[in-house]
Design a binder for this molecule. Sequence first.
Ligand code: AMP
Ligand code: MG
Length: 307
Amino acid sequence: MQTDERYKSLKSGKLKAITKIQSEIRRSSGDFLRREGFIEISPVIISQITDPLFHLVDKREIEYQGKRFKLTQSMIFHKQIALLVHEKIFAFSPNIRLEPIEFLDTKRHLIEFTQLDLEVKEAKRRDVISLGEELLMDVISSVKNSCKEELSVLDRKLKLPSRPFEQIPYQKAYEKYGPDFENILSYLHKEPFWIVDFPKEMREFYDREDPARPGVLLDMDLVYPEGYGEALSGGEREHEHKRVSSRIKSTGLSPENFQPYMEFLEKGLPPSAGFGIGIERLTRWICGLSGIEETTLFPKLPGGEGI
Ligand code: AMP
Ligand code: MG
């Protein structure tokens, strides 16, 4: 985008309304979690370990004093380790993901974004599904109450969804709509819904395999309606050294790449469940925007455009 054009859009009332709403999203979600007993921890920006991610993202490292640091793609491992200190934790975690340029067309990918990332010790998937629904309801009510003027600038009418949200098993969705089911279902739905039970080979090694149904994960995605697509991903976690090690190997990676996480697992990390919800995608849906680049003052898009 040209500087002239950007200068104009930064001074427009639209961006002012959107960023005010995003500020309310951050305030209300943080306050909601604190009321639920969560402790906010600082985000990790660089580390020896980060989420390997299932899809192909260009990986970069920085070298310092002979050590190599990865830019955080998600705080999954640090969240599990943080549960040694507190039982419920969250962070507004900046992620760098150098996404493929084709993702420009999805309208929901940035290469720099923020996840509200949380984890709960001893929790089951059903607990974090309820928590996710309550969090979303609280954020929508707060924005409706505190940002009436901004919503009217954007001509957006917000409706509270009805709970519990529908849960659709992956297999059922895939059989009916094929590989693009999440998008298709998103367009068909008027309210947010869950996709549950992804197959093991479709996700990262840290999502817990259901002991009663080998090959099926105890995980979930929340999907926004009206074509806005994926909102969050999460689930129960693998936490036993032996299991994690064999899951890593089955993805073709090596456990050595995940030291010191593997050493923490050896000493013992608790079972847990959690999720990460993208703040910019949540802003896009709440504000009813056509592209994710409209949700933030300094968007960086796949392909590298942005300041
Ligand atoms: P993941 O664990 O990969 O599902 O990421 C967690 C959440 O972060 C997703 O459900 C999205 O809300 C958000 N997210 C992931 N990748 C991006 C991206 N490239 N740009 C913006 N938001 C993203
Ligand atoms: Mg996901």
